[in-house]
Design a protein around this ligand. Sequence first.
Ligand SMILES: *Cc1c(COP(=O)(O)O)cnc(C)c1O
Length: 394
Amino acid sequence: MAASTLDAALAPALQERRRQSLYRQRRTLESSQGASVWVDGKRMVGFCSNDYLGLASHPQVIAALRAASDDYGVGSGASHLVCGHSREHHALEEELAAFCGRERALLFSTGYMANLGAITALLGRGDALFEDRLNHASLLDAGLLSGARFQRFKHNDLDHLETRLAGSDARRRLIAVDGVFSMDGDRAPLPELAAVAARHNGWLMVDDAHGFGCLGATGAGTVEHYGLNQDQVPILMGTLGKALGTFGAFVAGSEALIETLIQFARSYIYTTALPPAVAAATRTSLALVQSEPWRREHLNALIARFRRGARELGLTLMDSDTAVQPLLVGDESRALALAERLEARGYWVVAIRPPTVPAGSARLRVTLSAAHTTEQVDGLLSALTESLRAEGAR
Ligand SMILES: *Cc1c(COP(=O)(O)O)cnc(C)c1O
């Protein structure tokens, strides 16, 4: 039977993944995102969400979603170019462009699709793409799909990037980096990267999935943190499903960039637009990012507190001052065991393993949120202490 042939073909890779402690399993959430969540029937304090500002279940964002669904219904009905582009989408694009200090912005259904669409619309055969080795999978996949000559450079290594650029005679050269690296939490040196890009006639693209909303005086992200304008970072991508607490993504930049994406970005053209009510909820969320700066201040205070506490415990922190605070463990099975010990104490932290991170660098990816209290962060630190002690006594 055809089905059993399929299953037999699939089985070895599944077995191998299990054997390597790399098997992925989903947990079932029974509550909204927040500091305290119900997971598989248990209440836990969650330290793994990307809802960095606690906006995913903000009453005003929920109310905006509800009100807009009364006006616009649920589904958008079609792609943006057919008949799915609503007034809410349009207004959100204008507000995102203004917030980021860019001429225009274009909404995509997800960040993955934004990266795929932007890179494949800008590059093709004969062009060159330079990516940090630790870039998000969507940037790497976009590079492969584009057909451009695709080279990676060592993490945050400007000299290595310059060497690669100097060795390229491609007509179009795009340098793409995460603004804040998703599994490490450190920032890309954007001012220096912008200077390298200018020197070598390259275009800099920043994926600010983890900086947007959190970094910069007003929350406009890593480019605001460094004070970089549209000339220095001509292609800015941000996501709405993390700090903004809703769903979707955008690319911001010049009029010509956005028009090019509308004409040529296949993941923009050939997909259904986001529900308009989600765009409306995001407009409220974007307003809250600006009107409730205490969320960023509280988050930063928690980050400092966690790092101080972890250092006192002798834990291996990574070089991060953002909401992503991974604890490097190394071995996959040890990372899983530690996550289980934390869970037994009521704390939900996910063990991140290869291929999401390089081999031998499994980690507990702790993420902090403005929704957490200082007591919850202290509680996590105590649970970490106990888990490590229990591990030692094994
Ligand atoms: C989450 C993430 C994406 C993908 O965004 P989605 O909206 O979740 O598809 C892209 N880049 C980075 C760096 C991310 O962390």
